[in-house]
Unconditional design. Structure first.
Length: 263
């Protein structure tokens, strides 16, 4: 660990789920190190300190946070040589979802993703999902019937994916290259249970994690369809929700140790 004396968890105090998870994470970290919390809006305008590590956590939300210039913020953090995690050099969601377009063209195990109507229509789906390139927690996502696609302009701001017959989702959590735990959905997206992956599942998740190697926490999400297919849904490398304190039986102490090792 670097010679730092405090961890500051940056959260979104306007979002109850975010604040609850990050408060519990701060409590767990305090068992080993001084840890305080800061609202994201305060963090943006603060005089950053070099003797602390800023852990940028659940700053997603519906309060306008996604509309700011994040590239400028992270450039300023790097220029000031501030210690922060996750690092902003990832190729996943922190830079937008366009990586899914390229990956789906190269690999059959990635959700087909299109940045043009012409390409999307070649897939022959009856219904599509329109997603913002920069989005979080389902904000701005709509379902569009094939016959209505012409009413929408993607304009570099939206992507299209076919609506698939999803049976469940499985998420794999990593800190750097170290696998921590995996979760599986039950009845709803955030109704979760611990999942024990088989060898092939874990190998594939690790492959995507290593493709997007970052200093921080990464959540690798897959969907499993009723027809038996498995597709990469996203690489959440910005501030993935952990569900660490809501699902019983997760390895919290090893996770905290690995997290402290980042700093």
């Amino acid at each position: 660990m670097n010679t730092i004396h405090e961890i500051v968890i940056v959260s979104n105090f306007k979002e109850p789920e975010a604040l609850t998870e990050d408060t519990l994470l701060a409590q767990a970290l305090r068992d080993q190190m001084d840890c305080t919390m800061m609202n994201f809006s305060t963090f943006v305008d603060t005089a950053w300190r070099r003797d602390v590590a800023y852990l940028i956590r659940n700053v997603w939300g519906r309060g306008g946070i996604l509309d700011m210039d994040f590239e400028r913020l992270y450039e300023a953090l790097d220029a000031e040589r501030v210690i922060y995690r996750n690092t902003h050099n990832g190729k996943g969601d922190q830079k937008g979802k366009n990586y899914l377009v390229a990956l789906s063209q190269q690999r059959a195990d990635v959700v087909p993703t299109f940045d043009s109507l012409e390409e999307a229509l070649r897939y022959q789906a009856a219904v599509y999902v329109l997603k913002p390139v920069f989005g979080s927690s389902g904000k701005g996502v709509v379902r569009v019937a094939r016959g209505d696609l012409s009413r929408y302009e993607l304009g570099g701001r939206f992507l299209l994916q076919p609506l698939l017959d999803v049976l469940h989702e499985v998420s794999f959590f990593f800190i750097k290259k170290s696998f921590q735990y995996s979760l599986r959905t039950k009845a709803r997206r955030w109704d979760l249970e611990r999942h024990t992956p088989d060898v092939e599942e874990l190998r594939l998740a690790q492959e995507f994690n290593e493709w997007n190697s970052i200093e921080g926490i990464q959540r690798v999400d897959f969907i499993y369809t009723a027809s038996g297919r498995r597709f990469l849904l996203e690489l959440e490398d910005w501030c993935p929700y952990l569900s660490l304190f809501t699902v019983p039986g997760l390895p919290r102490a090893p996770f905290i140790d690995s997290l402290l090792g980042l700093l």
